[in-house]
Design a protein around this ligand. Structure first.
Ligand SMILES: [Mn+2]
Length: 292
């Protein structure tokens, strides 16, 4: 995606966590932002727009309209990858999947191609500071340039004009893909939570496995990361890191869930990824969306 360099007078940016079909809560945030900052503010979505919640199609339609107007950037999440994989007949529908509305629609093909063309990484600048937005994680050894290069390698196949290229990419499950292959990189960026050396896993950290960002933080990179995917961890505010999945779609399953937006102040003097940071909006889930 094109760089979106901000100056103090630039358009206001909001980063929004995993929506997963929670259309009512999303509408509240988008409408509030537009009332506060005007029609020019830009929304960045960490992926997982769809699935589990009730209004996946409505969410896609609203985000696409904003994207067409240059007001939304979105990276792919594992639920979008699952949707594409199901559309290709490479994956069975799960019990809690609510994406049949999209897969069964007359526009299913069009949505499939639109989703395939979304990036895995948005890298841009915020108040002059470089950042990357991904759904789940990056390899702790990747600087910003390596991350962008690795993502482009996957995007070229997933978003290829030839659907067969995307099909071939997704035909191998990521846990059986060779380390460093496009399928492995796709799995890491969209599902990883813990790492052990060069290995990654979507499982929670346990034993010698540590959160991916623990390793990443030790490297003190000069870029920030905005991500989602880890609702059990909740809002994650640490130096250089903003984790925004606060489990709106899981509301009422033994805990409260929220849709979170990070609304960084535009300042010229400080790094927007400093701590502490209280620039968050959160909307509690309106109801429980699926059984315990
Ligand atoms: Mn996810």
């Amino acid at each position: 995606m094109a760089a979106d360099t901000q100056t103090p007078n630039a358009r206001r940016s909001l980063f929004i966590g995993d929506v997963q079909g929670c259309g009512d809560e999303l509408d509240l945030i988008l409408d509030r932002a537009t009332a506060r900052f005007g029609e020019e503010c830009v929304f960045h979505f960490v992926g997982d727009l769809v699935n589990r919640g009730p209004y996946s199609m409505r969410v896609l339609e609203r985000v696409r309209k904003l994207a067409d107007a240059g007001r939304a950037h979105c990276v792919l999440g594992n639920h979008e990858i699952n949707l594409i994989t199901q559309a290709f007949g490479l994956r069975e529908a799960g019990e809690r999947d609510t994406i049949h509305e999209i897969l069964g629609s007359q526009e299913a093909d069009d949505w499939l191609d639109w989703l395939r063309a979304l990036p895995l990484v948005e890298s841009a600048e915020l108040s002059g500071c470089p950042f990357a937005m991904v759904h789940a994680a990056v390899h702790p050894d990747w600087d910003l340039e390596t991350l962008a290069r690795e993502a482009r390698r996957v995007e070229a196949r997933l978003g290829s004009e030839e659907r067969d290229d995307a099909y071939a990419l997704l035909a191998t499950p990521s846990d059986r893909a060779p380390a460093g292959s496009e399928r492995d990189v796709l799995g890491r960026i969209t599902t990883c939570r813990s790492v052990l050396g060069d290995e990654w896993s979507s499982a929670l950290p346990e034993g010698d496995w540590v959160p991916w960002h623990t390793q990443w933080s030790k490297r003190h990179y000069p870029y920030g990361i905005v991500y989602g995917h880890w609702s059990l961890q909740g809002l994650h505010v640490a130096e250089g890191l903003r984790g925004l999945d606060t489990g709106c779609v899981h509301h009422g399953r033994n805990r409260d869930g929220y849709l979170t937006a990070w609304v960084p102040e535009l300042a010229t003097t400080s790094w927007p990824f400093d701590t502490p940071d209280t620039a968050f909006w959160r909307v509690r889930g309106y109801r429980r969306y699926y059984p315990l």
